[in-house]
Write a protein that binds this ligand. Structure first.
Ligand SMILES: Nc1ncnc2c1ncn2[C@@H]1O[C@H](COP(=O)(O)OP(=O)(O)OP(=O)(O)O)[C@@H](O)[C@H]1O
Length: 606
């Protein structure tokens, strides 16, 4: 049913043609078989051979016509079916990626979700066009079977159950084999995912240097082989059990077929059926059995692919349920809610708590802070203290478990997430090296709003502000250079050059809140100085949330929040915090000491 619905949504005409013509072809199969009785009756009657052949001719013409028509109908149906498959494929791929790109970010931190995603993507998605194809094959097989069965029923009522008897063993064997295969794959999902990750590590260019310099080859190969050996053992066991099922099915089918022919022989011997009818019955049985073989195969395939397709459907349902409901608000519902202000006077984080899925302890514990329009606010703290997590909550990427983030008086969890994302630019600590042109790496899918030319002033301004203009000047095709060596003509950038592009990306997005999460880790001293100067001057009037370990650069911030184990432990401007002689003062003085100025460590002094 799901397959039919999918095919219908993919293309109604092709679906209707496929189903309609297959049914019609079945009618002609039955018609052809019945006409065969006429041919045989004429040929087996008394009289001279030429006369018998002449008598058989009208029925023969009917048989030939039925066969030709059936072949024509099936050819057109096959064409419609072949057209359906790519259309179905497109639908299922779109549905999956629409869900994976919209699910809550926390879903992608959930290992069960990732396992299900892998099953749906690697096997389930592929199964969809196959399910449609096999569903049509089931229909074709059923129609052929019904045609043969009806013919047999018309010829003699006893012949019909005999035909069906031959179906049982093969059907059983096929279904058992498919179930064994499916459940084995199910147990192997985790192993296969680990193998994928390892194969990616061993074959991707970006890991190649590290594998060599850390001499990781034997370790990775050993790990890979460990998983591969387990997978092989499980699959060999599967092959053995499938063979047993298949052989048992074949033996039983052979016995059933022999039984059918013995029964037919007996009926002929006892005169229960005339010779011509027995001849047609043999033909109908063979046609029926052929249809049956096709049908059983198709049902089996349909069942097997259906199990994988079921995984795909279950995953899509689960993924869609993890898209925040507010992301799907209708226009009318949206209009009833208070919108997020385009700009804000104040962002307030109120008592926010957040725990990553599967984590034992919260990463944020009752955090409160505020950011006023036009301020530069800094988050500092040691590794793992929760700075990035807090920035993500403030950017609307994660929803707090408790507490809220308010833009003026509107909570981020009351508006569609895209409304928040559009108003925030993030220069992230970890960013993607997009395999696109330099311009696209700066504009990120927004290019259509700007003329896609070198003269786009916004691109040039953002690049200049980030020092990315110097990077682009060194590229063979300027902004049109593809930044991926895997493609012909692609260029490779250094870590710092990539970071300059990432910074330009943040500046290009004209958002009122700019979040800079360790924006200078890979930058050289001059580029770093330039960037902090820009941030200090509020990056063209934006409000800036700055996360950095370079404490010399946060001195100018309007307010500094110090995080420890997911809590704000100190807050104030630089001078206040230095005077407090807490963690900030300790970290600041440590860095200052490293640069030659050596004020005493306030904690030690204390
Ligand atoms: N995706 C995740 N899933 C589970 N736990 C996570 C995830 N990301 C971060 N954490 C945990 O949350 C805590 C805070 O991490 P976060 O990245 O916010 O720290 P940070 O202050 O930005 O650190 P750094 O200075 O190293 O960038 C850490 O204990 C970390 O292990």
């Amino acid at each position: 049913m799901q397959a039919a619905g999918l095919a219908w949504r993919a293309n109604r005409t092709d679906t209707a043609v496929t189903i309609g013509l297959n049914l019609l072809a079945g009618v002609f199969t039955a018609f052809g078989l019945l006409a065969t009785t006429g041919v045989l009756t004429a040929l087996l009657s008394g009289g001279p051979t030429p006369a018998r052949v002449r008598d058989a001719l009208p029925s023969l013409v009917l048989v030939a016509g039925a066969v030709a028509l059936r072949a024509g109908l099936q050819a057109v149906a096959g064409w419609a079916q072949a057209r359906l498959e790519p259309q179905v494929e497109r639908l299922v791929e779109l549905r999956l990626f629409e869900a994976t790109t919209a699910v809550h970010l926390t879903a992608l931190d959930d290992s069960d979700f990732l396992d299900d995603l892998q099953r749906a993507q690697s096997r389930g998605m592929m199964a969809a066009p196959r399910v449609v194809q096999h569903a049509v094959d089931v229909l074709t097989g059923t129609v052929g079977m019904v045609a043969a069965a009806l013919t047999l029923g018309v010829l003699h009522p006893l012949l019909l159950p005999l035909l069906l008897l031959t179906a049982v063993p093969e059907g059983w064997a096929s279904v058992r084999s498919a179930r064994l295969q499916y459940f084995t794959l199910l147990t192997l999902v985790g192993v296969v995912r680990r193998k994928w990750i390892l194969s990616d590590l061993m074959s991707e260019r970006r890991h190649a240097a590290e594998i060599r310099s850390f001499t990781m080859r034997p370790f990775l190969l050993h790990e890979y082989d460990r998983f591969a050996a387990y997978q092989r053992a499980v699959q060999l066991d599967l092959a053995r059990r499938q063979t047993v099922a298949r052989v048992t099915g074949d033996v039983l089918k052979g016995l059933a077929t022999a039984l059918v022919y013995i029964a037919l022989g007996l009926m002929l011997w006892r005169g229960a059926v005339p010779l011509a009818v027995a001849g047609t019955a043999v033909l109908a049985i063979r046609t029926g059995q052929q249809s049956l073989v096709n049908l059983v195969f198709a049902v089996n395939q349909c069942y097997e692919e259906g199990l994988y397709f079921g995984d795909y459907l279950t995953f899509c349902d689960a993924a869609e349920a993890r898209i925040p409901a507010r992301a799907r608000l209708l226009e009318a519902e949206r209009a009833k809610r208070r919108p997020l202000p385009d700009d804000f006077a104040r962002i307030q984080v109120q008592d926010v708590t957040f725990t990553y899925p599967g984590s034992e302890s919260p990463s944020l514990r009752g955090i409160s802070l505020e950011v006023n329009k036009g301020e530069v606010v800094a988050l500092v703290g040691e590794n793992g203290s929760g700075k990035t997590t807090l920035a993500r909550v403030m950017a609307g990427l994660y929803d707090p478990d408790a507490g809220s983030v308010l833009w003026d008086d509107v909570s981020l969890t009351d508006v569609p997430p895209e409304d928040a994302w559009k108003r925030v630019a993030v220069i992230a600590q970890e960013y993607t090296h997009w395999p696109m042109t330099a311009r696209q790496n700066i504009t990120m899918g927004r290019a259509e709003k700007h003329p896609d030319t070198d003269e786009d002033p916004a691109v040039l301004a953002a690049a200049r502000a980030a020092g990315a203009d110097e990077v682009v000047a060194g590229l063979a095709r300027g902004y049109d250079t593809l930044l991926d060596r895997r493609f012909e003509g692609g260029a490779e950038l250094s870590g710092g050059q990539w970071q300059r592009l990432a910074v330009a990306r943040g500046f290009y997005r004209n958002a009122p809140l700019l979040i800079c999460d360790e924006p200078t880790a890979a930058l050289d001293a001059r580029a770093e100085h330039l960037l902090f100067e820009r941030i200090r001057t509020h990056a063209d009037g934006r409000t800036v949330l700055l996360i950095t370990h370079r404490l010399a650069s946060v001195r100018f911030a309007d307010r500094i929040y110090v995080l420890e184990h997911g809590r704000v432990t100190e807050q104030g401007d630089h001078d206040t915090l230095i005077a407090q002689k807490g963690l900030y003062a300790e970290l600041y003085n440590l860095q200052a000491a490293a640069y030659g100025a050596t004020p005493p460590n306030p904690r030690e002094a204390a």
